[in-house]
Design a protein around this ligand. Structure first.
Ligand code: SF4
Length: 84
């Protein structure tokens, strides 16, 4: 069985952790809370809308991702945890 769910090393951020963050761009109002709270994962594009930093789509184990999810005024951020 291959079951290496816990953080391996910081450079292995990617699909391996089983966590995935999605931003619903139809909902996002560009409030910027996510980028303020978890700047290692979220950034803002030129129009102020939220984007994931490339390579950090799995949240990179940053506990602030959950805070960002909570802080988003329109609940545009979804965190999916695939329990593999
Ligand atoms: S906190 Fe929510 S609404 Fe604000 S930029 Fe992030 S995803 Fe968009």
């Amino acid at each position: 069985m291959h079951n290496e769910t816990h953080e391996t090393h910081e450079t292995t951020a990617g699909a391996a952790s089983g966590t995935r963050i999605d931003i619903d761009h139809d909902l996002c109002v560009g409030a910027g809370q996510c980028a303020l709270i978890a700047p290692s994962v979220f950034t803002q594009d030129d129009d102020g809308f939220s984007e994931l930093i490339p390579g950090r789509e799995d949240g990179a184990g940053d506990p602030m991702v959950r805070e960002a999810v909570r802080a988003c005024p329109v609940s545009a951020i979804t965190v999916t945890e695939a329990a593999v």
